[in-house]
Write a protein that binds this ligand. Structure first.
Ligand code: HEM
Ligand code: HEM
Length: 239
């Protein structure tokens, strides 16, 4: 019996290591051969070119692939602690601020590559076709919110380290420290803190709207939107 490749959980590392690495890079250099929004997708037989990106975990025709799903939920698992520990640095209670900042930067540095990969992956893959009966405004709204979240994550990943370094601080990761390669620029650091802080509020607001939108789909639309972020789509469910 032939199992569709998309049904196999594909560990992220397998995509990035060994012989897959070169193929992954080649994938990044070409367009996804499966059309993103073809209404006649079901009647098209994917040629050999369509097989390569599917094997590598690219999103199949009907929804998200395993790589997208793992990246989505891994980001949820990392981003929320990162956000709350970050927030606690300015509302420390009985905790030492320095300890909280070190915890925050340790999580941030450990997840740094994962978060960048997650952002770039979505921009590379685009979105799957809308669900049947999904309204145009809802599709547009969803995509805009997703891209806003991704851009906001990128802003956090850039502003965080630059803020610390231009403030003259090393970035602490467990008991190690990454010294600043930049000169001390206190004014720039203060501005970057404002950017980091404001963007973090935008992220939290966008997450709340995002989760409410998903709950609305689950409660009222019954269109399987949550399901497609839990189980990888099979290629045969056409766009
Ligand atoms: C998506 C990733 C990130 C999120 C969601 C996040 C979130 C936050 C939040 C909510 C704060 C508190 C802001 C405030 O109200 O004062 C904060 C502070 C901070 N973040 Fe991040 N952050 C992220 C990435 C990073 C990275 C990559 C670094 C550096 C490696 C970093 C370094 C810091 C530092 C040093 C502070 C303390 C600033 C201060 O008060 O002096 N962050 N972060
Ligand atoms: C418990 C919380 C969450 C639930 C239940 C949830 C659920 C979902 C679902 C069902 C989709 C698919 C939407 C569609 O097909 O149109 C989706 C996509 C997406 N979600 Fe979430 N989500 C959660 C948290 C987050 C968080 C914290 C982020 C922040 C980065 C996020 C960012 C995204 C993005 C960017 C997409 C577009 C697809 C992708 O790039 O993965 N989600 N989410």
């Amino acid at each position: 019996m032939h199992l569709p490749e998309q049904m196999l959980p594909l560990p992220l590392l397998a995509v990035l290591t060994g012989p897959s690495t070169t193929a992954f890079i080649r994938l990044g250099a070409m367009d996804n051969p499966v059309p993103a929004r073809s209404s006649s997708g079901a009647s098209q037989t994917p040629g050999p070119a369509a097989v390569l990106p599917t094997r590598l975990g690219a999103d199949p025709a009907g929804g998200y692939g395993w790589v997208s799903i793992v990246l989505h939920w891994a980001t949820v698992a990392v981003l929320l602690p990162l956000w709350f520990v970050g927030y606690a640095t300015s509302h420390p209670g009985s905790e030492s601020v320095l300890k909280l900042i070190h915890t925050h930067t340790t999580i941030a540095v450990c997840a740094y590559a994962l978060l960048w990969l997650r952002v770039l992956w979505r921009f590379r893959q685009g979105h799957p076709a809308p669900l049947p009966r999904q309204r145009a405004w809802s599709v547009r709204f969803g995509k805009t919110l997703h891209y806003l979240l991704l851009i906001a994550i990128a802003v956090m990943l850039i502003s965080g380290p630059l803020m610390a370094w231009t403030g003259g601080d090393a970035i602490h990761v467990f008991s190690a420290a990454i010294p600043s390669p930049l000169p001390k620029l206190p004014q720039l650091s203060t501005w970057l803190l404002a950017v980091h802080r404001t963007t973090s509020r935008i992220i939290m607001l966008a997450i709340l709207v995002h989760v409410c939108a998903v709950l609305k789909h689950v409660a009222f639309n019954h269109d399987g939107i949550l399901g497609r972020m839990l189980i990888a789509a099979r290629r045969t469910t056409g766009r």
